[in-house]
Design a protein. Sequence first.
Length: 226
Amino acid sequence: MALGSAFSNLFGRSPIKPMQEHMAVAVKAAEKLVDFFEAVTNDDWETAETIQRLIKDYENQADDLKKQLRLQLPKSLFLPVPRTDLLELLGTQDRIANRAKDIAGIMLGRRMRIPEPLHQQILAFVDSAVKTSHQALIAINELEELLESGFGGRELALVENMIEKLDQYERHNDDLEVTIRATLFRLEADFPPVDVMFLYRVIDWIGDLANRAQSVGSRLQVLLAR
């Protein structure tokens, strides 16, 4: 009997599909940041507010799915992977949506304007973080097949390659963060110190979004090592 079938028999309904659904919602929250930052750079706060509400809605959906999964995961039955590992993976996924909400919330709340020389860099930076998040979703979507293969064979090699690509995306995002911080450093004397301080925080959070996506890959590697 395949591990996936055994899992379903013990559990009733495998939690893998709901976990993939949760990750998809978390990534939707992150993806909306691209449109959000385009609105901000165009000084279109009405559109930015609409998008911020969508991000918040996705984050709420992710929270609801997380709570349902935590309640459904069995505490005493044998599972193909440790329950604690699944819960850690779930929590890591959820932090992507949380950070997307944080970024949009602070920018909208303060009506933060991005200096024009930073527009293209910030848009590229956000796009890079979102691509990293999407790559994590691609890897998570292979989890059910991994279970069915017993964490071996071609499926294992495929997921390992996906995780390596995820790491590459995150490193690229780190490089973009270094560049954008250097640009802001050259500009900061021309802007109010408080605005600069909060802009550095937003830059840090965008980088953290990519870090959290990369952490999903790290949790997957823990599962692969079992």
